[in-house]
Design a protein around this ligand. Structure first.
Ligand code: SAM
Length: 338
């Protein structure tokens, strides 16, 4: 590859990143949604309708026009197809890509600064940016809820079993609570309790359960998985993308806790991205992002896991486990029975 070809390739990639940064501003400040409601508006009207500063909005409109999110006619702007698809409410919204790009920039900057000291500040790094944290839950929901409802739920019978008993499903590290909301919609007798360390996530989880009329069956609490006390044994304990957050600090204790807090015959259902067995597999386009995620997990005191080591940890705690793979082998559900 010549140096000119390399330059062209990297300039295109840099423009791609800029385009996603512009989109993130539009998502976070509600600009795509507000313009959708107004249909067509000047930057000034758009700023007024969104309660935003007119100077910033005028600059954003120019940039969003330059990157093809907005169309313009004189002073009036309207959403183009890409701007419409960035609305968080749009079906199959592109919002997660915009949020992920700015979160990644934040984590890259933190990793760069920590390379020398080796310090690993932990979960708090996710909450360092006021504009990013509120979008963390919706980003994960948008990325994974459809896969869960359409593919995983029908393939894994343990949810139905817990429902038949009118049982309790506990979600440790529940984020914005989308998983329990999905279970409650599909399984009408199931009750849910979600625990998360971030107050923002718990507030969103409660508000969304309330808005969907599920608040009588779903409760959410703020707390730390490492010292949580459950009042009644659960029929099902789920951890979605949360086990790797507690693995390094308390692996044997967590697995004993899962066993001791399940009813006999109850199930632990662990969902984790699959860290590949061979480094060469990271070159595959669908796995490349995982290598970046593992670096940003390191900042948070975590690392990504292989399904086999999770199943092994269950065996050691006296719980037989099965591994189910989804999404071309990139997502694993490890189901263990007490
Ligand atoms: C990658 S997110 C996954 C969120 C959610 N389960 C989902 O699938 O969308 C991991 C979550 O675990 C939570 N978490 C990590 N460590 C925790 C701890 N020790 N106690 C409580 N929550 C924790 C984080 O706040 C975060 O919401």
């Amino acid at each position: 590859m010549t140096s000119d070809t390399l330059k062209t390739q990297f300039r295109q990639q840099a423009q791609g990143a800029l385009g996603l940064y512009i989109a993130f501003i539009g998502v976070s400040a509600g600009l795509f949604s507000t313009l959708h409601r107004l249909q067509a508006a000047s930057a000034h009207t758009l700023a007024e309708a969104g309660g935003l500063d007119a100077g910033y909005v005028a600059r954003w409109c120019d940039a969003a026009y330059a990157f093809g999110y907005l169309e313009a006619e004189g002073d009036l702007f309207r959403l183009g197809p890409a701007g419409d698809a960035m609305r968080p409410e749009a079906p199959d919204s592109l919002m997660p890509l915009a949020v992920q790009s700015v979160l990644s920039a934040h984590m890259a900057e933190r990793a760069a600064g920590l390379m020398r000291s080796g310090e690993r500040p932990g979960e708090s790094v996710l909450g360092e940016r006021d504009t990013i944290l509120p979008w963390f839950g919706p980003m994960l929901e948008s990325n994974f809820a459809t896969l869960f409802e359409t593919t995983i739920c029908p393939a894994v019978p343990v949810f139905q079993q817990a429902d038949a008993q009118g049982g309790l499903a506990l979600d440790l590290g529940c984020g914005n609570g989308w998983y329990l909301r999905a279970l409650a919609r599909h399984y009408p007798r199931l009750r849910g309790l979600g625990l998360d360390g971030f107050a923002e996530n718990v507030a969103q989880a409660r508000a969304r359960a309330q808005a969907e009329g599920l608040a009588a069956r779903l409760q959410f609490e703020q707390g730390d998985i490492h010292d949580f006390t459950l009042e009644e044994p659960a029929d099902l304990i789920a951890m979605n993308r949360a086990l790797h957050h507690v693995w390094e600090r308390g692996r044997p204790e967590i697995f004993r806790w899962l066993r001791d807090n399940l009813k006999p015959g109850g199930h632990a259902v662990i969902w984790e991205p699959v860290w590949p067995a061979e480094r060469a597999q990271l070159r595959e386009p669908s796995r490349r992002g995982l290598s970046f995620q593992n670096l940003s997990e390191h900042v948070q005191g975590n690392h990504l896991l292989q399904p086999g080591e999770i199943a092994q940890a269950f065996q050691e705690a006296g719980m037989p486990a099965e591994i189910h793979l989804f999404a071309g082998g990139n997502e694993a559900l490890i189901v263990a029975r007490r």
